[in-house]
Structures are given as structure tokens and as C-alpha cells.
Design a binder for this molecule. Structure first.
Ligand SMILES: Nc1ncnc2c1ncn2[C@@H]1O[C@H](COP(=O)(O)OP(=O)(O)OP(=O)(O)O)[C@@H](O)[C@H]1O
Length: 254
């Protein structure tokens, strides 16, 4: 059996907040072990789209979708899919770092404990590996019992990424993960994203086009709820096919 290069894929995806349609017939692949960037002006539907990929919009009253979101070929909106388990496999990182008001260790151990892991050594192994994978271990290994909220913003964001990694996801969705951070922390997150794609599939919303160009393999350009163009990132930035993409990436609007 050949494994599809699409880890995820949306098919004719429409999305509604009550009667307001926020997404129009989106067909977008999320390639396995690649970084896919979603770009476009404010309000074009990037975050809404990202949240459809792990059913995060389900919790907003009055929303509904049409079409399909495939994960390894299975529709995540189909009968029998458990949204809680789905959000473990397809984890999410938000714009503002949101560690729990717990110590560093307990933040990372939180998910594994919920999934029933109680053995101290096993938890320690998971915490260490997750913090290493999130490029934070060296900075925090001597203060795992200190409050997570005492970390810098950039460290908090890497801690949140470690928390996501601790439950062994396959896809990581990131909604402007570096936009609240200083340039040095931003560059650490970008380096981290680059490392993570060896083991995970990543989709990222960003306002920062230089960032999208630096870190992504594929880019989808959104405008007014439609996906105007999708291609390998280099092509989007050098020879876009649609005039609207060109106008956006050359800074004519947005
Ligand atoms: N909870 C909500 N209820 C109703 N409408 C919403 C809700 N969230 C978003 N919208 C609307 O859906 C559209 C798309 O919003 P979305 O946040 O997905 O865009 P975006 O491209 O991520 O914008 P930004 O870059 O500013 O975050 C906008 O018109 C927005 O006002």
C-alpha cells in the first residue's frame, strides 16, 4: 500500500457561523512531514480554517460545516470520531502562550496523566523528551518544579509546544505562534518548527509573510473566505498565478 503524501485534506469545505459563511469550498492538502502556511489578510478565514482541522470550532455554538476534512483518508466529521481523541492526535498551539498555572513538569505531564499514565519514571521520561523536542529542556531542567508562568513568553510558547508533543500527536496546528514574541524568541520557534517537521505534519497561520516564506514548504493564500491559490511556497512568492496573490505578497493590500 502506498502512503498518500496528504496527511490531511479538505474537500469542498464550507463553514458557517450561524448564517454567515466564513469559508467557501476549500480544497487544500496538508502534506505529510511538511509545513503548510496559511496566509491572507485579516478576517479572510485562516484561523477558522485551521480550527476546522481538529474540530475546534465544534465548541462554538451555531457553527456548522459542509464537505469533508480527511485525516489519513478518514473524514474527521464522520460518525464515530471522538473529538477529544482527535485533538490529541491533531494538537493546537495558539497565538498567546497559555501554560496552565502549574509548575513546568505538571504542565507537560498534564496530558499524559489524563490519558492514564501514573508511573513517575514514565512521566519523567515523557516530560524530558517533550521538553527536549521543544528545544526547552536545557533552559528548564533545573527548575521543573517552578511555576510555568515565571517563564518568558518565548519559553512559555515552547512549553506549550512541549505540552502538545507530550500526548504524541501526528499533526500540529499553529495559529500565529510567534506573533506575540520578540525577534529572538520568534527565531527559536521558527527553528523549532523546522526541526519538528521530521516527525510531525504542521499547518501554521501567520500574518508574517517573511516568516511564511522562511519556514513553510507549501502555502495557501486565503481571501474573503476563499482559497485563491495553493502551491509550493517558493512558487507562491516568485511566480504566483493569481493577480490577487501577487498583490497581497507584494504588499498592495492586507
Ligand atoms: N466566533 C465567531 N462568530 C462569528 N463570526 C466569526 C467568529 N470568528 C470569526 N468570525 C468571522 O469569520 C471571518 C473569518 O475570521 P477568522 O478569524 O477565521 O479570520 P483570520 O483570517 O484568521 O483573521 P485574523 O488574521 O485577523 O485572525 C471573519 O469575518 C470573522 O469576523
Amino acid at each position: 500500500m502506498t502512503v498518500s503524501s496528504n496527511k490531511m485534506e479538505t474537500k469542498n469545505l464550507n463553514f458557517f457561523y450561524k448564517s454567515f459563511q466564513a469559508l467557501y469550498s476549500i480544497n487544500l492538502p496538508i502534506k505529510r512531514n511538511k509545513v503548510t502556511a496559511l496566509i491572507g489578510p485579516s478576517g479572510c478565514g485562516k484561523s477558522t480554517f485551521l480550527r476546522t482541522l481538529n474540530r475546534m470550532n465544534d465548541v462554538i455554538e451555531g457553527t456548522h460545516i459542509e464537505g469533508e476534512v480527511l485525516f489519513d483518508g478518514t473524514n474527521i466529521y464522520g460518525a464515530g470520531v471522538d473529538p477529544v481523541e482527535l485533538r490529541r492526535v491533531i494538537g493546537m498551539v495558539f497565538q498567546k502562550p497559555n501554560p496552565f498555572p502549574l509548575n513546568i513538569f505538571d504542565n507537560v505531564a498534564y496530558g499524559p496523566r489524563i490519558h492514564g499514565i501514573r508511573n513517575k519514571d514514565e512521566l519523567m521520561g515523557i516530560v524530558e523528551n517533550s521538553l527536549k523536542a521543544a528545544a526547552l529542556w536545557d533552559e528548564v531542567k533545573d527548575r521543573l518544579n517552578k511555576p510555568a508562568l515565571g517563564l518568558s513568553g518565548g519559553q512559555q510558547q515552547r512549553l506549550v509546544i512541549a505540552r502538545v508533543l507530550a500526548v504524541d500527536p501526528e499533526v500540529i496546528l499553529m495559529d500565529e505562534p510567534a506573533s506575540a514574541l520578540d525577534p529572538i524568541s520568534t527565531s527559536k520557534i521558527e527553528d523549532l518548527i523546522h526541526q519538528l517537521k521530521a516527525n510531525y505534519t504542521i499547518a501554521i497561520v501567520t500574518h508574517n509573510m517573511q516568516q511564511a516564506a522562511r519556514i513553510s514548504d507549501y502555502t495557501g493564500f486565503f481571501l474573503n473566505g476563499e482559497m485563491i491559490e495553493y502551491d509550493v511556497t517558493n512558487r507562491i512568492y516568485t511566480t504566483p498565478r493569481d493577480k490577487r496573490t501577487e498583490d497581497y505578497i507584494t504588499g498592495r493590500f492586507g
